[in-house]
Design a protein around this ligand. Sequence first.
Ligand SMILES: [Zn+2]
Length: 301
Amino acid sequence: MILSRFMLAAGTAILLTACAPATQAQNDFANVEIKPEQLAPGVAALFGAGGNIAVSYGEDGTVLIDDQFAPLTEKIQKSVAALGASPVKFLINTHWHFDHTGGNENLGKAGAVIMAHDNVRVRMASEQKRGDRTNPASPKVALPVVTYAEGVKLHLNGEEVRAIALAPAHTDGDSIIHWTKSNVIHMGDTYFNKVTLPFVDLSSGGNIRGIVAAADRALALANDQTKIIPGHGPIATKADLQAYRKMVSEVIGKVEAGIKAGKTLDQIKAAKPLDGYDINVNGFIKPDGFIETVYKSLGGK
Ligand SMILES: [Zn+2]
């Protein structure tokens, strides 16, 4: 399978090691550029390949949110330095997926203190199977050393940066990150903006209802000026996230009604519950796949 730039951009790294020859993957990483976008003084997003990164920096040190893939660590470090930031002191993972934690080992070795939801450490510390793909356990240096069940607050660079643990959504170890003064929120993969339909990783304990709950949690913190960093895709507004939340919630309602009415998955898919929404049907998660995940997540057999 050819690994296209779009796939990398969409973070569909599932294809990366499973299908692409190693040299091809290396070449693709060699061509990846890390592009910064300033969101507030001392807060920037970095776009490359894999999950979107956020950087918080200033006189008290640099916090990185997620770190994409190991072959990109050096480029990410250079991009951080180009912002005028010191080397990464703290790293927070929004969840365990390898397109968000692939740089952990490198950054852990470089001295970063890694933090995440309790279940990120649990999943990274053991082999994970998803479909026919197996992720080996991560080395100790790549694991979060500070973990939390509810969240953690970092008091630095003139504001509180809060990691808020969520109920199962994209996985069972998701966090959103809130810059309370800069008015920025990183949603991790509980939110994809424009690039694909929602992805609920059921084999990692995800739950479609948690996607709605995650959006509600963020929306309660947001106003019309808030800059929302999705796990993948461009920076979003509160209105974008509201539209996404509405779509997911209404699709849940339709699929749930179908299950209650005794309809099969095929009958529910045939009713086209996604019609009428402004969604990207050509992303990593296709309409039928999304409906199937919603169905299974709601207990459909
Ligand atoms: Zn993910």
